[in-house]
Design a protein around this ligand. Sequence first.
Ligand SMILES: [Zn+2]
Length: 79
Amino acid sequence: MAEDYTDYERDFFVAVDRNTMAEQAIFDALANIADDQYYTLFEVEIEHVCGPAHVQVFPERAGTLYRCMNCGMAGIIGG
Ligand SMILES: [Zn+2]
């Protein structure tokens, strides 16, 4: 990361990095799911931004809806 970021900017980019890594972990956990797991709600265990956590996922063909059972963050990962 460049040296000329302010703390304000660095904090922002670190948060985005952490969230991106967490979303990648969710994506990786879904890499080998069976066809019949699409459009069903289930849980995976990953390293979320809040730490090790159970995360509910609802994979659709166009993306994955998720909610962390530890910190409550929810969102959609684009497919
Ligand atoms: Zn979390």
